[in-house]
Design a protein around this ligand. Sequence first.
Ligand SMILES: [Zn+2]
Ligand SMILES: [Zn+2]
Length: 320
Amino acid sequence: MPELRRHYFLEEYCVIAKERARRPTDFIRPREARASKECPFCPGNEEMTPKAVAVYRDDGVFVDGETRIRGWWARCIPNMYPAMVPGPDAPTSEWMAIPARGGHEVIIESPDHDSSPANFDDEMVARMISVYADRYRYHTEQGSSYVSIFKNWGREAGASLSHTHTQLIALPLIPPLLMREIFAISSMPACPYCNIAEREASSGRVIFREGEWICIAPFCSQAPYEMWILPFRHISNLLEIEESMRSDLARALKEALRRLSALLNDPPYNYMLFQMSSNYHLNIRIQPAITRIAGFEKNTGIYINPVPPEQAASELRSVL
Ligand SMILES: [Zn+2]
Ligand SMILES: [Zn+2]
């Protein structure tokens, strides 16, 4: 029978439709060809992109001048079609609109066209996370209210280029999704995420533990094989992580993506960092883009998930 499950602490629901239960092989699609010719993110093609705002090399962090900097291990460039800009035009005076002030960047995490965080070595994932922290700090210092960092992997997940990259959109407001959480958390006696990490550690939804981090299939998973990575310690954002915790997080993120890739043959997915400057509990959510968001979801905000998270966790635990 289907189950209507409620989110851990929000007024949010999903339908776990067990009788639709599927095997991982049902979700496997043929992999896209990965074009590398004329890839603007590949080394040697730096002129094809706007000037980088941060170029990460072993000898420091630089900014592109007239000639583009080579020899990088990560590169951060302005998005060609930005959703937010540092100096926006005045918005329309109809109804209500505010200036789209902020920033929109693309972080190219590796010069290697055929790599991805699922097959990066631990050091590369750790460096990628340090770039996330660096750009998060920059935009927070610029006065942005929220810095959205997310990765779209695969065309079905929204990636227009196959070379691995992450996007960052800095916003002039706290998005409604986070506002809802902050409001709910403020009325609770203790942080719900601290409780989730502790309780799920002994549940059938735990996938693995890595140092002070845990990876789970959340009780109310919106998508099949959804995973959350969160620290046991109450930490609001990447800037509050110490060096040793950062390398454990790198291993945890890589481990989660490696397991997902092995189980579903490198599926399209999104991962999103949820963090705030204070009074929040950092978490990373990975959602495979293998089911369609259709009329019911758009009509109700309730997601139908044909794979119970307990089954997903069991398969993700045993795949490697
Ligand atoms: Zn490339
Ligand atoms: Zn907490």
